[in-house]
Write a protein that binds this ligand. Structure first.
Ligand code: ATP
Length: 282
């Protein structure tokens, strides 16, 4: 068979991961007993190797071609080794049966953890490949207030730590600075502008949060370029107001993470605009 004449040689030469028979696959998945999920290429089953290591077995369907493409893919995946990439442990290539055996990742997908309220395409990567979530419905995604704040907290990054807190703690971080960081990041996400850039350009622009605060007080339209429908505009406005509460300079009045969650749950109509006691780098 062509599959064995062409691909089998490549398998031996190229692939470092282990080759399993279809019988092995059936045994390790206990006859496909536990389905983990489904992707475009087929079902994924939970399995166990002889040494008890748990695995995820992707059984491929709708196979086309003679297997050369499959083998090339396996070869290239097996050459990839990175802490953030699920390891391919082995594969099965036997007649029309093809499967990939991966290390089992126990805690499910980020999508599942975020209760389906954030889609993967809303998790964006910044210039340092640091994830930023571009979704406004934060109250819905995380019932635990601590995780809301720490999820988006950018500890240690200039422009995101409350300037007064940096001075007091000599760079130390706390819940207060997390709330501040959260406020800054949300404001940037909603407005699509960078605090650090605007803050440094002192000649042509006023400090970004002050500018936003002034827009709100004067009831001017915020520049929400990508938001077109009214409902999203309301949510964006709510997030902006909350973010201004988060960056209040007055430590007596500074906002706690629990208050942030309460505000997220409430309506924008009852949300007061905070005073202009905003932390600023100047
Ligand atoms: N290594 C793994 N450990 C644990 N669960 C996994 C693993 N790989 C996949 N799964 C589960 O199986 C589901 C389907 O995975 P799969 O990779 O097939 O999805 P997909 O990326 O949508 O598919 P495709 O890219 O093939 O269209 C995942 O959402 C996940 O729940």
């Amino acid at each position: 068979m062509r599959e064995h004449s062409v691909a089998a040689q490549q398998i031996e030469g190229l692939i470092s991961s282990r080759r399993y028979t279809y019988k092995d696959i059936k045994r390790m998945t206990n006859f496909f007993q536990e389905k983990l999920g489904q992707g475009g290429y087929g079902y994924v089953y939970k399995g166990k190797l002889r040494d008890s290591q748990l695995v995820a077995v992707k059984l491929l369907k709708n196979l086309k071609g003679d297997g050369e493409e499959f083998i090339n893919e396996v070869a290239s995946i097996s050459r990839t080794s990175h802490v953030n990439i699920v390891s391919l442990l082995g594969f099965c290539f036997e007649g029309s049966k093809r499967a990939l055996v991966y290390e089992f990742i126990p805690n499910g997908s980020l999508e599942k953890i975020l209760h389906f309220h954030i889609k993967p395409h809303n998790i964006l990567l910044d210039q340092n490949y640091c994830p930023k979530i571009s979704n406004f419905g934060l109250a819905k995604i995380c019932p635990r207030e601590e995780s809301i704040v720490s999820m988006l907290g950018a500890r240690g990054t200039v422009g995101y730590i409350a300037p007064d807190l940096v001075i007091k703690n000599i760079g130390g971080v706390s819940h207060k600075s997390d709330v501040y960081s959260y406020g800054m990041i949300v404001m940037e996400m909603v407005e699509g502008r960078k605090n650090v850039e605007v803050g440094m350009d002192r000649t042509s622009e006023i400090y970004f949060p002050h500018w936003i605060h002034r827009c709100l007080e004067l009831q001017e339209e915020l520049e929400l370029h990508s938001i077109t429908n009214e409902e999203d505009k309301e949510i964006a406005k709510k997030m902006i107001i909350i973010s201004l509460w988060c960056i209040q300079i007055d430590s007596e009045r500074s906002t706690t993470d629990t208050q942030v969650v309460e505000m997220l749950k409430g309506s924008v109509k009852t949300l007061p605009i905070p005073p202009n006691n905003l932390s600023s780098p100047h």
